[in-house]
Design a protein. Structure first.
Length: 717
């Protein structure tokens, strides 16, 4: 396949509208029809603010906004997430007239950038809200700038904003200069980035809040509940665009008129610098607020309270065949909620249930439903219930209740029963699995989409087709599992693989793996177990992912009541043949990491992995994410290794954003099905991880203390 750079023949407008359409499918598809719209105004760069400039207000906590903006010469698609009530982050993808970077040789120059802001002061009766931010803080420099901004509400719906900008935001009529800073970065950085010298993506700490300083100001007026008028005096001179010949800065005054469509969507039109008309669409979604009413599943059965003296009845313990009857009754009770019993052990006063939950995305809801079934079906003398959730054969935890508490508190708060719950490690307490559990064969067909992002010639590529999944559970610990795909339509293979550079091409050969329509994604023998208290083990051998096969192993230390977990993972792998069948290529590598996981509560989570990657480079990956009690996950990650920025290539280091959207969020019905995606600005070879199934932390943490506490409000639902 030809891997040389080529000049695209697609017209600029087609490129730019393609940017909006393709990224819109990825980001905007997660937006849904809600009950209202955000009161936040978003700039043409996708950040909370005026038109081109920020303000000091924050969006509602956890709001995610996707914005799509078009004017002649530039189109942008951005995703902004209010990570906390003070911190927001933005990922922006822009398609710009190629004359802005002639070294790339494209009709359209594609630029990726990240922003972050922090609100340092809340608005008070007299004091304004104050925020500080970095724009394009690790990119090529096209949109690079910093700011300090203040905003004050004068009357309901009417606010004033003023601030000072640096970098690009300090380029129009600067009033002073602080230190030394290049006035425009894009020409040199664009040339070097195109040559894959490693520029773009670096943190330019020495440039932050330095260089020319210029003031900006604006007014935001919500005329009524539908219309909004915004005006600003801009400190952005649009120098790079003007130098490229497709923009003229005639005035610093910008105007925008917006209309609220309701149902989480807004449109606006703007007039920029006396030269450009543009349009913008904004869609918002808040994972804290479902799009449909939840709880539309059938109501749980009430618990029958035992009459005085019934708890002392033990005659059942001497009845022949009673255990078989008990097991049948328990399964009938679980069938009402589509839960499964994997095993049951009973004595005169205690019962232990092995529970498989394939329905409820709120784990405490599954526990609550199972506890009801036990209370309604077990003999009256059994006072202590132990529920052990089982995930892929792993006994994740042991959840203990007193039957009396369940009877007395069923119409009380979830907190009341939570305070009576005892959570402990399941090791040493797991009853025998039912004989009919193994062997167990399952399979299914489903459609699939395999995306590819930010090709230099096209911002989005994808393959669409059918996926076959199958699994043979041999025992509680061992299974054979795999998946295969058949492409019906797609263009992933048309992207150019990168064979050059000093780093082994562990990921940049990716397009060659999708030439053939049929391929085996994975096929292997796997072991998962919980052999000791706080210790979980995973091992696998076979074709572990699309590009690599070999042997992989992992050990995780995770106490059920601790927010901290530690893990070790190691693998010896070989690169597979491009046809994704059974052969291998010459490249081999040892990869592995030592990992620390910490759950801060309220959904905030951090993971740090330190070790060796597929190109046998060494470094660390930091992941920050926020998990909501309805299953939504939004986060970002960055990896830095001993590969230099120059050797890494464009982007300088691996980074990206990820999200998981549960199906039940949109449907309102309980479901453990979700859609997950990782979006990287670029897929390079440095910092590349092996993709294996069933990593341990994700398997076990859902039934541990911090996760259960976050969702316990659903126990009685």
């Amino acid at each position: 396949m030809n891997i040389s750079k080529r000049k695209s023949g697609r017209p600029l407008r087609q490129h730019l509208m393609g940017t909006i359409a393709t990224v819109g499918c990825l980001i905007g598809a997660s937006a849904h029809a809600g009950d209202g719209s955000s009161e936040t105004n978003y700039t043409i760069w996708g950040t909370p603010g005026l038109i081109t400039l920020p303000d000091a207000y924050a969006a509602p906590d956890a709001e995610a906004a996707s914005t799509f903006t078009y004017m002649d010469g530039t189109a942008t698609a951005a995703l902004t997430f209010q990570f906390t009530d003070r911190i927001s982050a933005t990922f922006r993808f822009a398609g710009v007239n190629g004359d802005i970077n002639p070294y790339q040789g494209q009709d359209t120059y594609f630029d990726r950038s990240f922003d972050v802001r922090y609100r340092i002061l809340d608005e008070g009766r007299y004091l304004p809200s104050v925020a500080i931010g970095l724009q394009d803080f690790a990119g090529t420099g096209l949109y690079s700038g910093e700011y300090v901004v203040a905003s004050k509400t004068i009357s309901p719906g009417f606010s004033l904003t003023g601030g000072i900008g640096f970098g690009r935001l300090g380029s129009y009529n600067p009033v002073t200069t602080i230190g030394d800073r290049p006035s425009r970065l894009i020409s040199e950085l664009g040339r070097r980035a195109y040559q894959f010298s490693g520029t773009g993506g670096n943190f330019n700490f020495s440039n932050y809040f330095r260089g020319d300083v210029a003031p900006f100001a604006g007014v935001n007026w919500a005329i009524n509940d539908k219309w909004r008028l915004v005006a600003e005096y801009s400190s952005d001179a649009f120098d790079a665009e003007e130098d490229a010949g497709f923009f003229k800065n005639r005035t610093p005054i910008n105007l925008s008129l917006g209309y609220d469509l309701g149902r989480d969507s807004q449109i606006s039109a703007y007039f920029l610098n006396g030269d450009k008309f543009g349009v913008q669409a904004t869609f918002t979604i808040n994972p804290k607020h479902p799009g449909m009413n939840t709880g539309i599943e059938e109501a749980p059965l009430p618990i029958r309270k035992r009459a005085p003296g019934e708890a002392d009845l033990l005659g059942w313990t001497e009845t022949e065949g009673v255990e078989k009857t008990i097991r049948k009754n328990i399964q009938n009770g679980l069938d009402y909620d589509d839960l499964q019993m994997a095993g049951l052990e009973v004595s005169a006063h205690e019962a232990t249930l092995l529970l498989k939950n394939s329905r409820f995305d709120y784990e405490p809801q599954a526990i609550g439903r199972a506890a009801r079934a036990m209370a309604n079906q077990l003999p009256y003398s059994i006072e202590t219930f132990h529920i052990i959730p089982v995930v892929n054969g792993i006994a994740t935890s042991r959840i203990t209740f007193k039957r009396t508490d369940l009877e007395n508190l069923q119409f009380n708060t979830s907190k009341a029963i939570h305070d009576q719950m005892v959570l402990s490690d399941a090791a040493g307490h797991v009853p025998r699995f039912d004989k009919d559990q193994f062997p167990d064969f399952s399979w299914g067909f489903s459609p699939y989409m395999q995306p590819g992002y930010f090709d230099v010639h096209r911002p989005f590529r994808a393959d669409f087709g059918l996926r076959l999944r199958s699994a043979l559970q041999l025992s509680k610990n061992f299974k054979i599992a795999g998946s295969a795909t058949y492409r019906l339509v797609g263009d992933l293979s048309k992207s150019d693989p990168d064979l050059g550079g000093v780093v082994p091409p562990v990921r940049t050969l990716g397009p060659l793996f999708f030439d053939d329509p049929f391929g085996i994604e994975s096929l292997g023998l796997y072991y998962l177990g919980h052999p000791l208290k706080n210790i979980y083990v995973r091992a696998g051998v076979g074709y572990l992912e699309n590009m690599y096969g070999g042997v992989s192993g992992e050990v995780l230390w995770k106490p059920v009541n601790s927010p901290l977990a530690l893990g070790v993972e190691v693998a010896r792998v070989k690169q597979r043949d491009f046809d994704r069948l059974f052969g291998f290529r010459d490249y081999e590598a040892t990869t592995g990491h030592v990992s620390a996981y910490y759950d801060f509560g309220n959904g905030y989570f951090v993971e740090l992995d330190v070790g060796q990657y597929l190109a046998e480079d060494r470094g660390a990956t930091l992941l920050l994410q926020r998990t909501f009690d309805n299953g939504w996950v939004i986060g970002g990650f960055a990896t830095k290794t001993n590969i230099s920025a120059e050797d890494f290539g464009e982007g300088s280091f691996d980074k990206g954003i990820m999200f998981t959207m549960p199906l039940g969020f949109a449907s309102g019905k309980p479901s453990r099905t979700s859609f997950s995606e990782v979006i990287r600005p670029l897929q390079r070879n440095g910092g590349a991880k092996l993709g294996v199934r069933d990593r341990l932390y994700g398997q076990v943490q859902e039934y541990h203390r911090t996760s259960l506490d976050n969702e316990y409000g659903r126990f009685w639902r």
